[in-house]
Structure formats: structure tokens, C-alpha cells
Design a protein. Sequence first.
Length: 310
Amino acid sequence: MRPVRLMKVFVTRRIPAEGRVALARAADCEVEQWDSDEPIPAKELERGVAGAHGANLKVISTMSVGFDHLALDEIKKRGIRVGYTPDVLTDTTAELAVSLLLTTCRRLPEAIEEVKNGGWTSWKPLWLCGYGLTQSTVGIIGLGRIGQAIARRLKPFGVQRFLYTGRQPRPEEAAEFQAEFVSTPELAAQSDFIIVACSLTPATEGLCNKDFFQKMKETAVFINISRGDVVNQDDLYQALASGKIAAAGLDVTSPEPLPTNHPLLTLKNCVILPHIGSATYRTRNTMSLLAANNLLAGLRGEPMPSELKL
Ligand code: NDP
């Protein structure tokens, strides 16, 4: 019998159990892992990928639905196949978006802080008032998988009107929410709550800038769960600090992590989370399993469960 040549797989980060087990069970692979939550140092990466099939480079499997971190032109040129993890994180990310919206518009971090620091004295009619969703207009930038899942969750809060933007109208998806397709300036001007849920592309980079914030209502709340670079953070800081807009909630920033001395962190009306959109145990496990199966299928020359169409 001819000896079977094992394919070398090098995993560059500690991943959840389901993905790890799927790789370990693959009889045709020899798996090595950088067993740390922290990014692998360059030297260790070079050592680990020496001889790995992925590094030749045939297949990239990213444990994310976003693929803005990949050099797509080069990948296309070299005929590399890419696996990614759409759908399995949609509900979890939408849940986080709604949590962040409610946290921001009802000023929960400020309120929690006041309980701890003695600022809570008596019941006061106007103290810590925020903005509620009932009878509001919600604008969603990017009515994709996550954008729709957010709208679906917000509808029962009594939202009166949904607006959305994108490259083109999506009448079939929009029908569920009677969402109206509008231009970006119209969405900025008419929405009480704006949620950014689009992908980061050259067209969306810096989309939310000074002009955009200028058009927003002074009582409006801005939420971004897509990618930090969709927002011009200096312009957002000015809009928040000057009271041009009421508040912002960000799950994503530029850069990540955001330096602890960043001006946005000095503002009470800005809530910042460390990119935890898909961070539940169940979802991260499912993502790791899908990423492992994408990788194995790619290495074996089989159809991937979720392959990015390049
Ligand atoms: P989809 O591909 O389903 O949706 C992407 C959306 O972006 C589409 O609605 C698309 O609208 C919209 N879009 C693209 N170009 C433009 C544009 N020029 N202007 C306005 N909208 C545009 O992806 P998902 O919903 O699954 O994910 C969306 C993004 O969310 C990901 O790319 C990722 O960056 C981010 N994400 C963040 C997470 C987190 O942890 N915070 C977790 C998961 C994802 P149309 O096609 O109609 O133009």
C-alpha cells in the first residue's frame, strides 16, 4: 500500500471545541495549532506554516462573514479558494445590535455608573431620560442578512417606519417590514435611529462622515455593528461632542482595539463594545465547525459548505 501523504493544517489561534474536533478527526490531515487566544507572533506563524498546504496557498478559511481583511485581488489572481461563515452568526449579531441600541438610547452605562458613584439621589422627572423605539423611524444601512434580522427584532418594539439603503432596492426582503428604499442623505435626515449593517467596501468606507452626521436629527442615535472604517471617527466625535447627534453605540472601531486614550472614550454619549457581535459560545462553536469544514472541503477539492464567490 502506498503511504498516505497527510495534508498539513496549521491553525493560527485557539478555536472553539467543535472546529478543533472536526479538524482532529480528519484522517488525511496533520493538524498543529497555536494554542493561545492572542494573535500569533510573526516568527511563530512563519515556523508553523512552513509546509502547510493552506500556505502554498490553496485555501483560506476565515471564521467570519466579513472578508474585508482579505487581499481579494491577489487571492483571485492566485486562484485561492476562500471559505467564510455567513448565516450562522446572523441572529447572534442582530441580537447584539439590538442590545447596543437599547443600551445606548436608554443611557444604561451612565445610569449604572450613577448608581455606583452616588449620583442617584431622588427620582427626578428629567434625569437620565433617553429616546425610545415606540413610534420611531429606524434607518438601516444595508438590509442584508444581519440588517433584516435586526429589523425583524425591532419591529415588535413598535417601530413605525423602516428606511433602508443599499446598492439597489430589495423589494422582496423589504416587504416583511414595509421598509422604504431611500438615498443615504434621506435616511440620515429622517431616521430617529440609524443602524449600520453593511459590508465594508470601497463604496462604504467613510460613508458616515461629517456631511452624514450634519443631516441627522439632534435627537438621533447612531449604531455601527459592521466595520469601523465605514465611519469617519473624527467626524463622529465632533458630532457627539457638539450635540449635533444624541448618542452613538459602536461594536466596531478603527483601529481595533481602540486605544484607551481615544477621544471617543471620553464621551458619556458614546458606548463602545470590543467587537462582540457574534460572541456567544454556541455561535462561535458553530462558526469554528463551519470554518473547519470549509477548510477540509477546500483541501480535498470538494465543494465547500460556504464558499465565497470571487
Ligand atoms: P450581507 O452580504 O447579507 O449584507 C451586506 C449588506 O451590505 C447588504 O445589505 C448590501 O446591500 C450592503 N451594502 C453593500 N454595499 C453597500 C453600499 N454601497 N451602500 C449601502 N449598503 C451596501 O452580509 P451580512 O448581513 O451577513 O453581514 C454584514 C456585515 O456585518 C459583514 O460584512 C461584517 O462586516 C459585519 N459583521 C459584524 C459582526 C460583528 O461582530 N460586529 C459580525 C458579523 C458581521 P445591497 O446588496 O442591497 O447593496
